[in-house]
Design a protein around this ligand. Structure first.
Ligand code: DQA
Length: 137
């Protein structure tokens, strides 16, 4: 199976920024753990702070991969364009969040992506990504 994790803006700062919310582990080291755990899966990872680059990546892999685990960061709450990209491809996408967005500010409660995703996982820390991967296996 081919699964890609896509991280959006500010998630390159995981382990450094707002540790009380997002924890102290950086994503690169977590991704190494995931690759070992799912050694039989073709697992890849892409991060961008740019909305258009996230859309380009969804188009690039969205007709050949078996699943995308997407944490679009704050674009979740603003981007009709990423929502449309998800709708336009055939690869199923699971929306994930590290924090429980529903315990936080009201503006984090709405997602422009969720209606085009197979499901949403939030609030389990980095384990949200693991659960997202599991959903495709
Ligand atoms: C986040 C939640 C978003 O509201 C926020 O903008 C992020 C991270 C999460 O993983 O909890 O950047 O997607």
């Amino acid at each position: 199976k081919k699964i890609m994790i896509i991280n959006g803006p500010n998630l390159n700062l995981l382990g450094v920024r707002e540790k009380n919310i997002y924890g102290s582990q950086d994503f690169e080291s977590f991704f190494e753990v995931l690759k070992q755990k799912y050694s039989t899966v073709h697992l890849s990872y892409f991060q961008s702070n740019h909305e258009g680059e996230i859309i380009d990546k969804i188009h690039e892999i969205g007709f050949s991969y078996d699943g995308v685990v997407l944490n679009a960061g704050a674009y979740t709450h603003t981007s009709i364009a990423i929502g449309d990209a998800i709708a336009g491809v055939t690869t199923p996408v699971v929306e994930v969040h590290i924090s429980n967005v529903h315990q936080r500010e009201i503006f984090r409660h709405h997602s422009y992506l969720a209606q085009n995703c197979v499901g949403v996982i939030c609030g389990f820390g980095l384990n949200s990504y693991t659960l997202g991967i599991e959903s495709f296996l």
